[in-house]
Design a protein around this ligand. Structure first.
Ligand code: 13P
Ligand code: SF4
Length: 382
């Protein structure tokens, strides 16, 4: 074969697109080869919303809380590849490279790699640090912000976690939101909860609060987030006008249609779903809690599940003894989670193995220092 006809074998210096020319089997085998070569010094973390081809190659799969705990506890690994989205990789970087861990490794940083940098989160993008700082300052004109605890959902940029660390606040995940609110209410009368209004509202409702004390701050409104001074003075939880575009799709009509068709159906949803859906559900919980509910149910249980499509389809495959349906009649998957595919994973791993860590997510030291304060509180309250 002459040089012009030669088929170039994708390798570390090739761009990701070239890797796509390899089939899934070849990509999986090459990923496995890197894992074998690096061994326990490499850790692949995978969120439950990842596609099957990717998640089956991960060392640890979990919900946001479990993956944060794993990164915080990790001592042996020298590189993390995060099969998830940007805020998760940032969180892992902060936890795995915290000062005491760096000291144990004589200053050696563990690179946290996000195989595709475009794997963001549209909800996290709905609260920018400038917007939150400006809201905080405006709130200060109407209420005493010393009596407000900022609580950020982990689905947020590191700068927002740092904001919470600096202002006596806390980070929460979907599985620790109630504990975080309790922690906050033991300290202050009010909470500012961002960016997901639904998780904030669903959690506070479960704690017995009324929506009358949960005004929604719209960062795009010019004055007081579109709220009155009076509603802010009466507030207990000031919600941020943000949402998850995936979970926003589930509607009460979907629940009703299933109940009409299958009277003994159990509705299982994620608390990022709107209140109207969450209220009608039999069970609401994090992705980890959704999996446990299915795993622990007797054979023959019928479910309609309202969360990301890849997880629901995997549960269907892994639990043929149960009847599992997707709650919405339309496809709703997390397009950014889906960006992590075998080609990106193989490309980033082969570069790492060749000595060049690509797509490293690094939070600056000052932001990491304050974000860690709020993340440590999260890890302690649950
Ligand atoms: P959990 O895994 O914490 O339930 O989070 C769901 C999610 O939306 C991740 O982005
Ligand atoms: Fe963000 Fe929603 Fe995707 Fe989770 S499912 S990463 S909240 S867009």
């Amino acid at each position: 074969m002459n040089a012009t006809n030669a088929v170039l074998e994708p390798g570390p210096r090739a761009d990701v697109a070239t890797y796509r020319s390899l089939g899934d089997d070849a990509l999986s085998a090459r990923i496995q080869a890197v894992r074998n070569a690096i061994g326990s010094r490499l850790m692949l973390l995978g969120h439950h919303y990842q596609q099957d081809e990717v998640i089956r190659l991960c060392d640890v799969r979990g919900d946001s809380h479990q993956l944060s705990q794993t990164a915080a506890a990790s001592r042996d690994c020298r590189a993390i590849v995060f099969c998830g989205v940007h805020f998760m990789a940032e969180t892992a970087d902060i936890l795995v490279n915290r000062p005491e861990r760096l000291a144990e490794r004589s200053g050696e940083r563990v690179p946290v790699i996000l195989p595709d940098l475009a794997a963001g989160c549209s909800m996290a993008d709905m609260a920018a640090i400038e917007q939150v700082e400006s809201a905080w300052s405006e709130l200060g004109d109407v209420i005493d912000t010393h009596d407000v605890t900022p609580v950020t959902y982990i689905n947020s940029a590191a700068g927002l976690k740092a904001f919470c660390g600096k202002h006596g606040g806390i980070v929460c995940t979907s599985s620790s939101a109630a504990a975080a609110l309790e922690w906050a209410f033991a300290r202050t009368r009010r909470v500012l909860f961002f960016p997901d209004q639904h998780l904030g509202r669903n959690t506070a409702l479960k704690m017995g609060m009324s929506t009358d004390v949960m005004p929604v701050w719209d960062p795009y409104e010019a004055d007081l987030g579109g709220l009155t001074a009076e509603s802010l003075r009466e507030s207990r939880v000031i919600l941020w006008k943000g949402h998850c575009s995936v979970h926003q799709v589930f509607r009460p009509a979907h629940v009703r249609q299933f109940r009409e068709r299958i009277p003994d159906i159990k509705i299982l949803v994620h608390p990022e779903c709107p209140r109207e859906v969450n209220d009608l559900a039999d069970v609401s919980g994090s992705t980890g809690a959704i999996i446990r509910a299915v795993e622990q149910a007797p054979a023959g249980t019928r479910w309609a599940i309202g969360t990301e499509l890849h997880l629901v389809n995997r549960l269907k495959k892994e639990h043929p003894e149960q009847e599992i349906h997707f709650l919405a009649p339309i496809v709703c998957m997390c397009a950014t989670m889906y960006r992590i595919d075998l080609a990106h994973l193989c490309w980033s791993l082969e570069n790492l193995s060749a000595g060049t860590a690509v797509n490293v997510i690094r939070v600056d030291d000052e932001t990491a220092r304050w974000a860690l304060v709020a993340l440590d509180r999260m890890l302690q309250v649950r």
